[in-house]
Design a protein around this ligand. Sequence first.
Ligand code: NAD
Length: 290
Amino acid sequence: MTVTTTEHRVTTELSGRPLAAEIRRRTGERAAVLGAAGARPRLVVVTATDDGSTLWYVRSIAKAAAAVGIACDIADLGPEASRTRVRDRLRALNQDPGVHGIILQTPLPDGMSPAELAVEIDPAKDVDGANPASLGRCAAGLPGFAPATAEAVVRLLDHHGVDLAGRDITMVGRSVVVGTPVALLLLERHATVTVCHSRTADLAGHTRAADIVIVAAGVPRLVGADHVGAGAVVIDVGTNATDDGLVGDVDAGAVDGVAGALTPVPGGVGPVTTALLLAHTVQAADRAAG
Ligand code: NAD
């Protein structure tokens, strides 16, 4: 993957778009079969915010769903929604046999814990692996839905032929939606995983020593040339809206020529994440159809 000479090293771009297209193609085929049998897959995204970029993101999921034959409703409860209202809506969706996938979109109103509410989502419909029970299943290597972004990271590495077993991987970030599940999935794949976070004493030391560096910190351009060993594979999960537009957590210009390979932002992990949300919904509909 890395083209190296003594004077010059090239960083390969690890695009997520071809993999996302392939996942969407297969998902569409299966959705068509289910639709023809009168069991069209249906996804519901529950929102309780007026944040413009979140609502834009949710509409982009709905559009992507429609394009592969999945019905997608946005249950917009508004930024003033109470905890009880969100909980009751999730419970009603669990009971609705016509709904196969449920996403509880963050952010939620102040004081509302996403994990506490996600407990309410039936694991069989938990297509973004938000219920802590889904994370537990991930840790135990049991079937269930992993958080889509975490699965996207592993699928992207597989797609580009990056071996995981026995490799030293540093994960930057330990959130329950990205960093922790990525680490669990990689342990399942026999990698040796180091997890760094905001209180890690020597971040650059840990990342420089790794064969593969995955960054999900939400800090624009946190990882620069000093953080990356020569030829390392770097996966940038970060998506940060800045005055320069959307940027990742990796300073792509700085690591160019140092990293062996790097995912672009946008066009890396993001499209695979969206495609997997749709794939999970079809899997859930498949299981519900028996
Ligand atoms: P989060 O804020 O919940 O967690 C961030 C993690 O990074 C924390 O564990 C924190 O300890 C760590 N961190 C913060 N600053 C650090 C520093 N200076 N050094 C080391 N570690 C540090 O964020 P999240 O929800 O995990 O998201 C992380 C990033 O990934 C964000 O940019 C988010 O937008 C992006 N994201 C992308 C996708 C996608 O599909 N592409 C999906 C989810 C999140």
